[in-house]
Design a protein around this ligand. Structure first.
Ligand code: AP5
Ligand code: MG
Length: 216
């Protein structure tokens, strides 16, 4: 099963994807995670992309599409794929359809995670991420057992550079202008399913399990 997790910044795409991956073993492809890993490695691509990511602007379509195409061609897709943060423009959605059609593995369902701005701001300003393994926490909603330390690998927790309130607002504007139009794109394909993403993660996961069953 190929699933797109679609939603505004802070909807909980990465958190839900981690829970699904643990339960069903699906391949999790997050362009945000891949770009942050490139930036951390100091590669020339990473350095070039930092100016976009830190300001909350989208990196060029052809860059992310090349990354995703390479990952898809070199990965085991048999347990299913979760797309998180990709596609993010109509152009990327069209490119993904083309890539997946060549692999004979089209998108089955698009989960649109609905959540409103005050919740988004609280989620993103309280988010902490493990520097070592990338696990995601929240200072209030999903705290680590020891403050500032990852439960899974004891790595240091940090705040993403784009999680400042001013950058969050820019990311929301970019989402509304460039990403929201793909809701309509997938609605026309009759693949869109909406979920209230302000619920607890375990309730969103229950919704997802229902989707898997109805696609079997
Ligand atoms: P990316 O990393 O994809 O950022 P984003 O889309 O803004 O989404 P986030 O990762 O901020 O939120 P999320 O929905 O994953 O929420 P999370 O689970 O962490 O992209 C970053 C940047 O990279 C972009 O701005 C752009 O520059 C570039 N980029 C990436 N992809 C691109 C593309 N395709 N094209 C062009 N540029 C691209 O949860 C948030 C917080 O809430 C956490 O603290 C979590 O613990 C908490 N939380 C989550 N779920 C719940 C819940 N149900 N209840 C309570 N708390 C919750
Ligand atoms: Mg994320």
């Amino acid at each position: 099963m190929r699933v797109v997790l679609l939603g505004p910044p802070g909807a909980g795409k990465g958190t839900l994807a981690a829970a699904i991956k643990e339960k069903f073993g699906m391949l999790h492809l997050s362009t945000g995670d891949i770009l942050r890993a490139e930036m951390k490695s100091g590669s020339s691509l990473g350095n070039e992309m930092k100016s976009f990511v830190d300001k909350g602007e989208l990196v060029p379509d052809e860059v992310v599409t090349r990354i995703i195409a390479n990952k898809l061609r070199n990965s085991d897709l048999s347990k299913g794929v979760l797309f998180d943060g990709y596609p993010r423009t109509v152009q990327q959605a069209q490119d993904l359809d083309k890539i997946l059609s060549d692999l004979d593995a089209p998108i089955d369902v698009v989960v649109f995670m609905e959540v409103d701005l005050p919740v988004i701001i609280k989620r993103l300003t309280g988010r902490r991420v493990c520097r070592q393994c990338g696990a995601v926490y929240h200072t209030v909603n999903i705290p680590s057992k020891k403050e500032g330390i990852c439960d899974l690998c004891q790595g240091e927790l940090y705040q993403r550079a784009d999680d400042k309130e001013e950058t969050i607002r820019n990311r929301m504007d970019v989402y509304l202008t460039s990403t929201a139009p793909i809701i309509n794109y997938y609605q026309k394909q009759e693949k869109l399913r909406k979920v209230d993403a302000s619920q607890d993660v375990k309730d969103v996961l229950v919704f997802f399990e229902g989707l898997i069953k109805s696609n079997e």
